[in-house]
Design a protein around this ligand. Structure first.
Ligand SMILES: [Zn+2]
Length: 437
């Protein structure tokens, strides 16, 4: 079906976009290609950790599929990315009894010595408590057992726990996984070291085992743990930002970028984080193309690489494309669930116009337009050139962080209907924005 180009969108005085929006929704909701491709990518190429062969194979597959979709200017732009590899690893309770503890080394961590580290455990809940117990930390494995108060709160121990523990003489550090629930499922993620403090191995264990260690400590049973890790950081590796677009008809040099990040952690297959975000943004563009919609401005899907441990893709895109005129940057990296918020960061006058998208977005689901667009990959260029930022938020009923960065982030966690709704919402928001005066 070929739809004629519509008059420009300008808030409340806009032409009625109802029929074109309905056609976007009808097409998105009857689609199975987006979900099939998400499953195929995750199942065929597996985890997509930066620097891995799996990731580059998946990226070449995306490029080839974009060509099959007849997107224009399809390309893979070279980006050098950090190359951390996990190797073998394990964690065992040694005292008062022996037991395996499911664990994941944290991204960027060093290895243990070849014989591993066997040491008593000191359980704390905060940096303040670690300061108070600094005298007890020397030679121990410090465990940060912080109850879940949200990702931002939990992630500080993942990111900086090793340097805080090393500063008081610990030989390794562990965190309770950054997740609201346990189910013996460990969650990895990025960590960093401070240059001035010795580096110690840093890993995540499960809620169940963190709570076990805490109970043992509370009873004075002095738990002892053995940690073995082979993790290492290799030289930066070649990878790619993959992109394809629909050229604009009236203002082809003005670009609306939308995307997600192609890389994932190595534990699951990154279906929610952020395979779904990549597939949804790419298929929003594919959908507009299939419908024969000819946007006024260029709409470009970018699969940014290396969000998880370096943001090298976002930075490389900013560097290479900073002289192009970007009209909007849109990112989807919050999990594929019921779409419920289009977040937007720009001037009040633009916000007023984007508010006008609500009645069209609500043809998909009860989606609100609110202040606060964000995206890790789009932020380098958006900040540099002060470009309006938009993102899709979803109502995950608290579930996103059940799977995030864990072996459980697999395609069965994605509901195909929700994926299609996200595709529709993104296509509508991006298309209307590209039509703006
Ligand atoms: Zn992500």
């Amino acid at each position: 079906m070929l739809l004629q180009n519509h008059k420009s969108y300008s808030g409340d005085t806009q032409k009625n976009y109802k029929s074109i929006v309905q056609s976007i929704i009808d097409k998105a909701m009857s689609d199975s290609i987006a979900f099939n491709r998400l499953e195929y990518m995750c199942d065929t190429y597996g985890p997509r950790l930066s620097g891995s062969e799996n990731l580059n194979k998946a990226l070449m597959w995306i490029r080839d599929e974009m060509l099959k979709d007849s997107l224009e200017n399809v390309k893979a732009e070279e980006v050098y990315v950090p190359h951390w590899v996990r190797g073998n690893e394990w964690c065992k309770l040694m005292q008062p009894r022996e037991a395996n503890m499911p664990m994941l080394g944290l991204g960027g961590s060093i290895a243990t010595p070849k014989e591993g580290i066997t040491a008593p455990v000191l359980v704390v809940h905060s940096y303040e408590e670690l300061r108070q117990k600094a005298g007890e930390a020397k030679g121990k494995i410090v465990l940060f057992n912080k109850p879940w108060l949200g990702y931002g709160d939990a992630v500080q121990f993942r990111t900086h726990g090793a340097e805080k523990a090393a500063a008081v003489g610990a030989v390794a550090s562990l965190i309770r996984s950054a997740s609201p629930i346990g189910m013996q499922n460990p969650h990895t993620g990025m960590m960093v070291y401070a240059d001035s403090i010795p580096k110690i191995p840093h890993a995540a264990i499960t809620h169940e085992d963190a709570l076990l260690l805490e109970r043992l400590q509370a009873r004075g049973q002095n738990p002892v743990v053995h940690l073995y890790m082979e993790a290492q950081t290799l030289p930066d590796a070649l990878s790619y930002n993959v992109m394809g677009e629909i050229r604009g008809t009236e203002k082809p040099d003005e670009i609306v970028v939308l995307g997600g990040h192609s890389d994932s952690w190595d534990a699951g297959t990154g279906a929610q984080d952020d395979g779904g975000g990549c597939i949804a943004t790419w298929h929003a563009v594919r959908l507009l193309k299939e419908l024969g919609i000819k946007p006024k401005r260029t709409i470009r899907a970018v699969m940014f690489v290396n969000e998880e441990n370096g943001v090298k893709g976002g930075k490389a895109y900013a560097d290479k494309h900073k002289n192009e005129k970007h009209h909007l940057m849109f990112e989807f990296d919050s999990g594929v669930f019921a779409p419920d918020v289009i977040g937007f960061s720009a001037s009040d006058s633009l916000m007023e116009i984007v508010k006008g998208f609500e009645k069209y977005l609500q043809m998909v689901d009860s989606i609100k337009v609110t202040k606060g667009g964000w995206g890790v990959d789009i932020s380098p260029l958006a900040r540099l050139n002060r470009i309006p930022v938009m993102s899709l938020g979803t109502n995950d009923e608290g579930k996103y962080f059940w799977y995030h960065h864990s072996p459980a982030d697999t395609p069965d966690k994605v509901d195909p209907v929700m994926l299609n709704k996200c595709v529709a919402a993104i296509a509508i928001a991006v298309y209307l924005y590209s039509e703006m005066e």
